[in-house]
Design a binder for this molecule. Structure first.
Ligand code: TYC
Length: 102
């Protein structure tokens, strides 16, 4: 593996190269009904933010309409979106969470 002949007759070694996975932003969207404390709880529970970080992100979303909760590989991002939306629906809140390629 890695040793190759070429037209020069020299033996060269090919370095193993690992491709980086594509990354995805997980986004929270603002709405008029989901309580602020519930959004803070989501950010603590699913995105491992402390109270200060979670409050900053929640207020950013409240003021600007959208904000980034975290950046993950595809399957992790997809799982976060599902967990957040399921948790919000179980508590009867309309909170929307989505993902986009970085
Ligand atoms: N706008 C909501 C309120 O005033 C709070 C909120 C913040 C809702 C962020 C969703 O992603 C959200 N209660």
């Amino acid at each position: 593996d890695g040793d190759g002949g070429n037209q020069t007759g020299l033996l060269t070694r090919t370095l193993p190269k690992t491709a980086r996975p594509s990354l995805y932003r997980v986004l929270l969207l603002n709405d008029d009904y989901t309580p602020m404390e519930f959004v803070v709880h989501i950010l603590e529970r699913f995105f491992h933010k402390n109270l200060e970080e979670a409050t900053q992100i929640m207020l950013h979303v409240h003021q600007k309409g959208v904000g980034v909760c975290g950046i993950f590989t595809y399957e992790v991002a997809e799982t976060k979106v599902t967990q957040v939306v399921d948790f919000a629906r179980r508590h009867q809140h309309p909170l929307q969470c989505t993902m986009e390629k970085e």
